[in-house]
Design a protein around this ligand. Structure first.
Ligand code: NAG
Ligand code: NAG
Ligand code: NAG
Ligand code: NAG
Ligand code: NAG
Ligand code: NAG
Ligand code: NAG
Ligand code: NAG
Length: 505
């Protein structure tokens, strides 16, 4: 996701009826995050302290991960980055929460809307805390229930308005005005209805992480079961070929309109490029919210395969919905074998395919991406196909790789080819055990925050003070998740002592 820096002001239109009196006096974090605040870290980067004042934080966790990590990390600049990024989701994005209603509305950052994909990732680094911080677990359960209602009603959409119970006004999405979606949606509930299969994977990931940490199956309520049914409906519909055997045109979802929307018009009456059945599930837009070139997005299918296996596991463990578990297992293995059979040539994964022989070899920084395949749990980082594909993706052979004097990485057409995303380096770190590569990526990120100590969406390779999105909660969470992974997997590299640290233990 999704916005260009210059667009911030047009979207900052949101009013929150339930914002408390104290919070009403809090500075807007979009503005706050564009200016460095003291005190500075004591390392060479002298990074600012970017947490909002305690009274302005939107949720307080009791877990003591931040103080633990501050005393364990060798480099005070990395410690400051961790201190700023780890709590960013709880500090700034819990726009509405009611424990009694079992509803929570989590914004992406600088846009007052909840993306299914972003939310799952915004909370990914808190998973291990859910067993030690029951209040945090209850918040996550409320997030899942709110999302279950969205997915049950609008499984093709990825971004949503506040629940009516919140009293928060829906925000007008300039880019959705003039867009027609079939099946139609109500803009009081839906912020944007681009169909991206990984959004549904995000919902599944949040659900299984909650269950894995708490073993509490109470979130599997009627909303959740209805959402799961809708996910299988989408899988069934979007795996079909564009033409049936008699050349009837098959369309369950289409997105038309142009003027003002961020993505270009979708050709073929809003259906995109034709595809043939392979066992993969098609998508319409990418995790960046940009239009797909070909419908079968390999990394999103990889994530879907992994999350369907996880879904089957939690259902079996909880003794629920055997029919769904069975279908989940069948689809998971069908998708996995289709990935190996139809997307890999000479050990190189294509980013997108159409089932008719066409492939697009590239990567886009937004997760799920090809470079994040190990992070997604699809394969081992030592798998020869990953090693070969990774090498290609971090070279000129990937059209969206770019390198300048101080910054480099993988970007995407969402911003432009000369603005790689720090997120691509985070994914790259998850995908290697090589200490030099890890440190190189880690300090490429740390050196390129424009002195602001937060993780941005993209960064120009030509100008170190030109970046997009000062407040991008997912990128902050992903960075903190990666630091925690290193503290466990490679402690000697970043901690004072070569001893694994696991939060919540
Ligand atoms: C978080 O704690 C601070 C006090 O440290 C308090 O002022 C603030 O209201 C709390 N935030 C929430 C959402 O409870
Ligand atoms: C919903 O759509 C109507 C009609 O296009 C528009 O006037 C209104 O501003 C939209 N509301 C929101 C919250 O997007
Ligand atoms: C658009 O999708 C709807 C189903 O939501 C379908 O009935 C209709 O035929 C599709 N239109 C086109 C032009 O593909
Ligand atoms: C479940 O939790 C354990 C312990 O934190 C973790 O190692 C494992 O990866 C988790 N599995 C899933 C599917 O979330
Ligand atoms: C599973 O079975 C339940 C109850 O019989 C049914 O309501 C649901 O639609 C089924 N789900 C799937 C995905 O087949
Ligand atoms: C980061 O900046 C430091 C100077 O502060 C420099 O020594 C180091 O080489 C840079 N690292 C990377 C990976 O750019
Ligand atoms: C670098 O980017 C900043 C922020 O957009 C801008 O103010 C500055 O003029 C740019 N510098 C050059 C040399 O283009
Ligand atoms: C940390 O210990 C592991 C094995 O216990 C070793 O392989 C690694 O080289 C050590 N790292 C450092 C930086 O000392």
């Amino acid at each position: 996701m999704r916005l260009r820096f210059r667009d911030f002001t047009t979207l900052a239109v949101i009013t929150g009826a339930l914002v408390s009196r104290t919070q009403a006096q809090c500075p807007d974090y979009t503005t706050y995050s564009q200016v460095p605040h003291d005190p500075r870290s004591t390392g060479p980067l002298a990074l600012p302290y970017m947490r909002p004042a305690p009274a302005c934080r939107t949720f307080n966790s009791t877990a003591k991960v931040i103080s633990d990590m501050k005393s364990l990390l060798k480099d005070p600049d990395l410690a400051r980055l961790f201190e700023n990024t780890f709590p960013n989701t709880l500090d700034t994005t819990v726009k509405y929460y009611s424990e009694s209603e079992n509803l929570a509305f989590i914004i992406t950052g600088d846009i007052t809307a909840q993306w299914l994909r972003d939310t799952a990732n915004q909370f990914a680094h808190y998973h291990s805390l859910l067993s030690v911080d029951p209040k945090l677990a209850t918040l996550v359960k409320a997030v899942i229930n709110n999302e279950a209602r969205y997915v049950a009603q609008y499984p093709y959409c990825g971004s949503f308005q506040p629940p009516p119970e919140s009293g928060l006004a829906p925000s007008v999405n300039d880019w959705a005005v003039g867009v027609t979606v079939n099946p139609p949606v109500n803009n009081q509930t839906v912020f944007e209805c681009k169909y991206e299969i990984d959004s549904l994977c995000g919902f599944l990931k949040l659900s299984r992480s909650y269950y894995n940490a708490t073993k509490d199956a109470s979130f599997m309520n009627s909303n959740w079961r209805a959402a799961i049914d809708q996910i299988f409906r989408v899988i069934n519909e979007q795996s079909q070929g564009t033409f049936d055997e008699n050349f009837n045109f098959v369309s369950y979802y289409n997105w038309t309109g142009g003027g003002g929307s961020l993505s270009p018009m979708v050709n073929n009456d809003g259906n995109g490029e034709p595809k043939a059945y392979t066992g993969l599930v098609g998508t319409h837009h990418r995790p960046s919210d940009d239009l797909s070139i070909f419908a079968f997005l390999t990394p999103a299918n990889a994530m879907l395969s992994v999350e369907l296996t996880n879904l089957a596991q939690i259902l079996d463990h909880a003794g629920q919905l055997r029919n769904v578990s069975q279908q989940a297992k069948e689809w998971s293995s069908k998708i996995e074998s289709a990935i190996w059979k139809t997307t890999v040539v000479d050990n190189i994964f294509a980013y997108e395919t159409n089932g008719l022989g066409s492939r697009y070899v590239m990567d886009d920084a937004n997760v799920p991406s090809l470079i994040s395949l190990p992070y997604l749990g699809f394969l081992e980082k030592t798998h020869p196909a990953y090693v070969a594909t990774r090498k290609l993706l971090l070279s000129r052979n990937n059209p969206y790789y770019a390198a300048g004097k101080t910054f480099n990485g993988i970007g995407g057409p969402h911003v432009d080819p000369w603005n790689p995303w720090p997120m691509s380096h985070i994914s790259a770190i998850f995908g290697t055990d090589n200490d030099q590569e890890i440190l190189q990526s880690l300090y490429t990120i740390a050196n390129n925050t424009d002195g602001l100590g937060l993780i941005h969406e993209s960064q120009s390779i030509y100008n170190s003070s030109s970046y997009t999105r000062s407040w991008f909660a997912w990128a902050n969470s992903y960075f903190a998740e990666m630091i925690l992974d290193l503290a466990d997997r490679k402690p000697g590299l970043i901690l004072k002592q070569n001893k694994s640290y696991k939060p919540g233990k």
